[in-house]
Write a protein that binds this ligand. Sequence first.
Ligand SMILES: [Zn+2]
Length: 313
Amino acid sequence: MSRPHRAALRLVPEPAPGPQARTLGAVELLPGLVRASLMELSGAVLRRGEAVFAPADPAGVDAALLAACAPCFGAERPLGIGVAAAGLVDADAGVIIEVNDAPALRGYPVRERLARFGVPVHVEHRARLQVLGDRWFGPGRGRSDFASVSTGEVLGVGILLGGELLAPPGGRSGAHMTVAGRDRVCTCGARGCWKTVATTRWLRERVAGSGLPATLAGLVASADPQAAAVVDEYAENLALGLLNIQQLFAPGLFVLHGEARDGGGGFRERVQRRLRAASAWSPTAEPPVVVVSSTVVDDIALLGGAGLVLSAR
Ligand SMILES: [Zn+2]
């Protein structure tokens, strides 16, 4: 099947002639919030726009989208606009299928709505897209295989495999992979999802009533040995999902975003150690490396949108 927005990646951006080709457009569509950005080809932000809408009011989405995008793309035509959308996305149709907590976005034709700016519009799930942010603007530059991981309140993995974004229709971003016993019920209704043991929500529940800090940063700073044990448990739980990724795709590099950065070097090293142990049998596999992104957390989805524009050329 032809997927023009998932064309093979180019290793070097090639600025096309004309001022309109020197910028990239990115939009992040979240429950109740639209963020937009006009970026240089380097990923540096030139302009930003942001607008909120009532998550249950379909009529408000159009207005919010326009309010956020007009300051960014109104006067200048970027090379394209990459939309990083929460929820379930039909990337080929450019339509949001459904977003939990935001019925206003059900069936929302975001590509059609952005056509007014007169440039190509590409749509993908935001957790998948962040790998393109890292690919073009972060630690994944120059690589054709690696994984980019959201941690914290949301959990997900974007995978670049053989230079292409791994984004099959009907696939998801990993949060609901079954990795644990059946005693933990997920928000999706299933049991044992990765999300039930490796998010900030799990951390809060894990330390509830213990007197320990309820954040990874607080636990790392604590002198209590029980705090250190919870940090280790969090790292092990995060590694559970990543081990499956390594087993299947051996991406070699894992870029962690979000809360994992609060875990410091010990947390990162523990995850890396687990991944290396799992692939030590192979004489040819690249020993997995885990790095923590220094990108502003809020911008990684927008960078992914901009990366999607570059990748889709
Ligand atoms: Zn689930």
